[in-house]
Design a binder for this molecule. Structure first.
Ligand SMILES: CC(C)(COP(=O)(O)OP(=O)(O)OC[C@H]1O[C@@H](n2cnc3c(N)ncnc32)[C@H](O)[C@@H]1OP(=O)(O)O)[C@@H](O)C(=O)NCCC(=O)NCCS
Length: 186
């Protein structure tokens, strides 16, 4: 399947609708309250067109269908960008699309003079061994012993070259941390 990755633009109505559709399904197993409706997804996509953002879409060249979406937010100008969000259409997962999108974002950030891409990936649903426990007084010791119980995407990011840089205990309520990861790209 030929896959093209290109900029997503506000006039790309067809791709925007396709992304909005698959985003309402893609996050169910990781962030059940995020982009639950097509309207919410459209708003998220619209926000990705701001000046301090990067918005890139993966398109299946055979069917001209949008199958993945990645965004970047310039948070520490000009050096560090947050990766947010990333989703691959559930019907196309496991075929290297996510890895290709992450690599594409790295190229985009590097071209803008960025040095670092970082991200937060929540564990709200017990996907890792760090869910449901008190991480204090040594959160980093817990992080060093993390186990992936139900395919939390941190392992995907590790395969893309990201490393753990920290953890926000209780970010989503007690025992629901946010895992922080980063990668040098410049
Ligand atoms: C996470 C996600 C973007 C990965 O995209 P993908 O196209 O399925 O991933 P790829 O096929 O490029 O996978 C690359 C590697 O990561 C691994 N991988 C992918 N998802 C994984 C997961 N959830 N847990 C563990 N490993 C994973 C693959 O097995 C593959 O490993 P390999 O190179 O050894 O074969 C996709 O599953 C998705 O959209 N998930 C729902 C939304 C989400 O979780 N977004 C991230 C929130 S922070």
């Amino acid at each position: 399947m030929p896959v093209e990755i290109r900029a997503l633009t506000p006039d790309d109505h067809r791709a925007i609708e396709q992304i909005a559709q698959f985003c309402t399904h893609a996050f169910r197993t990781i962030a059940p309250d995020y982009m639950t409706t097509v309207e919410e997804a459209r708003e998220e996509i619209a926000e990705s067109f701001a000046d301090d953002r990067i918005s890139r879409v993966a398109v299946d060249g055979d069917s001209n269908t949008a199958i993945g979406w990645i965004g970047g937010i310039l948070t520490y100008e000009p050096f560090a960008w947050e990766l947010h969000p990333l989703a691959v259409d559930p019907g196309y997962q496991g075929h290297g699309i996510g890895r290709a999108l992450a690599a594409d974002l790295e190229t985009q950030v590097k071209a803008r003079g960025g040095l670092t891409i970082y991200l937060g990936s929540d564990d709200e649903l017990g996907l890792t061994s760090l869910h449901g426990i008190d991480l204090y007084p040594n959160p980093l010791e817990h992080l060093a012993r993390i186990q992936n119980l139900k395919r939390h995407p941190y392992e995907f990011y590790q395969k893309c070259g990201f490393v753990f840089t920290g953890i926000v205990p209780d970010a989503n309520g007690f025992g629901k941390p946010d895992l922080l990861m980063a990668k040098r790209v410049g």
